[in-house]
Design a protein around this ligand. Structure first.
Ligand SMILES: [Zn+2]
Length: 467
């Protein structure tokens, strides 16, 4: 555990002092006396990195028009600069010091709970970092909540499927009740009697039973309606079912619950910030496995909405889970504005790799706001068209619809067309396809290689500033 401390001025001795200064500027002692001595300042005039009487000092440069995301990125870069020392202090402009600390914490994330011995290379020696400037723990509070939520989403996405079963995931959600979130769990028996047949068809091949979890946050007691419903795909392992996936990379399919992980982490962050809005979150937790009980290509199921679906490919299962869930959240909770998020299609990865998530929906205003929140949070979205011509391609000859398109191409769009068939006419709805951005394959300053925790920052921004 690395301890983060905010100080107005530094008296402690540290192993390394890191100063964030604008490019081409020279160190100015009247500004930097919070962290360095006059002599150190003088020595830094000619060199951005010095050792002065046993102190290691380093200047990191930012551009004149640097944004808060640039400062988060610089903060993340400090992780690598400090892994071999025990203490460090960091100076940045007052306005940005919290962003620098936030970026540092995001970059310092590790998922190493299953390592029984850590090699020195992996183990950071760092114990304490002092962030020097006009910020304090109170001002950092919201950043800390968001950081914890992103950590939670990354943890959930990183857990192997033999640990994070639908039941285990459900139990972690129940745990959030202590934060004032009202939790409702729907088990297999009740799902069966309610008629969640599409969702159940995905789960029926697995020995691990499915659950639906509903999380209600009523931050605005004066109003009974929900300001927003968040729906997430929680396929805890997606083997593809009878339409079995290739074994190459199949281990990554433990992350097919990242949409649900994002929603759960977001609900937690909303509660901890005591946000004065009414938000409902719903996740469908299932495993998609082949077995003698598994659903087969060609099977026809009757969805919760009453519409029938011909399952052409059992690997297009996320939409089956979401379709019933979207319908339920509108019927039972009267949700009029819904955002769903899911690792839904390989097609969206083909289009955008890990740079953008795809966004589609029936309301341009909502899409525009989400795109703006994406830019501000650094989790960017790109819109794909929901043209009626695509929708026709999921018509079935013998049922109301098929679960994949009858033609090749536009797989991310036809998946959204499928979801739209479970959206009522007056419901404002957006779908975010986060397949691809759920993982940071190569690692970045603010996200080590592995689960990204995508969507938590985006939805936080959206909920706080755009609804
Ligand atoms: Zn699948």
């Amino acid at each position: 555990m690395i301890e983060i401390l905010f100080k107005k001025k530094l008296n402690n001795k540290v192993n390394k002092k890191i100063l964030l200064l604008q490019e081409n500027s020279t160190p100015n002692y009247s500004e930097l006396n919070k962290i360095i001595t006059k002599e150190e300042c003088k020595a830094l005039q000619n060199n951005d990195e010095i050792y002065y009487q046993g102190n290691h000092l380093k200047i990191l440069r930012y551009k004149k028009n640097a944004t808060h995301l640039d400062f988060q990125d610089l903060g993340g870069s400090i992780v690598n600069l400090t892994k071999d020392i025990q203490t460090a202090s960091v100076f940045a402009p007052d306005k940005e010091i919290a962003n620098v600390a936030f970026g540092f914490e995001l970059g310092a994330y590790r998922f190493d709970k299953y390592k029984t011995s850590k090699s020195d290379k992996e183990k950071t020696k760092l114990k304490k970092v002092y962030f020097i400037g006009n910020s304090n723990d109170e001002q950092y509070y919201e950043f800390k909540i968001l950081k914890d939520a992103i950590y939670m989403a990354r943890d959930l996405s990183s857990e192997p499927a033999n640990v994070l079963t639908p039941k285990n995931f459900m139990e972690r959600i129940v745990d959030l009740e202590k934060l004032g979130i009202h939790i409702t769990i729907i088990d297999k028996k009740e799902l069966t009697s309610l008629g969640f047949n599409m969702l159940l068809s995905v789960a029926q091949g697995s020995d691990n039973e499915p659950y639906v979890a509903i999380m209600e946050w009523k931050g605005n007691q004066s109003q009974s309606d929900y300001d927003l419903a968040l729906v997430g795909k929680g396929v805890c392992f997606d083997s593809g079912g009878i339409s079995l996936k290739d074994s190459d990379g199949m281990e990554e399919m433990k992350r097919d619950m990242s949409g649900a992980g994002c929603i759960v982490a977001t609900m937690k962050s909303i509660a901890l910030q005591n946000i004065n809005k009414n938000i409902i979150g719903a996740v469908g937790l299932v495993e998609n496995m082949p077995s003698g009980k598994a659903s087969k290509p060609g099977d026809i199921v009757k969805s919760l909405s009453g519409k029938t679906v011909e399952i052409i490919n059992t690997d297009a299962e996320g939409r089956l889970v979401l379709g019933d869930l979207l319908w339920y959240i509108q019927e039972k909770y009267k949700s009029k504005k819904i955002i769903d998020i899911a690792t839904l299609t390989g097609a969206v990865f083909v289009a955008f790799a890990d740079v953008y998530a795809g966004v589609m929906g029936n309301n341009q205003n909502l899409i525009n706001k989400l795109i703006k929140a994406g830019v501000a949070s650094g989790e960017e979205l790109w819109q794909l068209p929901l043209n009626k011509k695509y929708d026709k391609r999921i018509d079935s000859d013998i049922a109301d619809m098929r679960n994949i398109s009858s033609q090749r191409g536009a797989g991310a769009i036809t998946a959204a067309c499928f979801l739209q068939r479970f959206i009522k006419e007056k419901t404002v709805w957006c779908h975010i396809d986060m397949a691809g951005v759920d993982v940071n394959k190569f690692g970045s300053n603010t996200c080590p290689r592995g689960a990204s925790g995508f969507g938590v920052s985006l939805l936080n921004k959206f909920i706080k500033e755009y609804i």
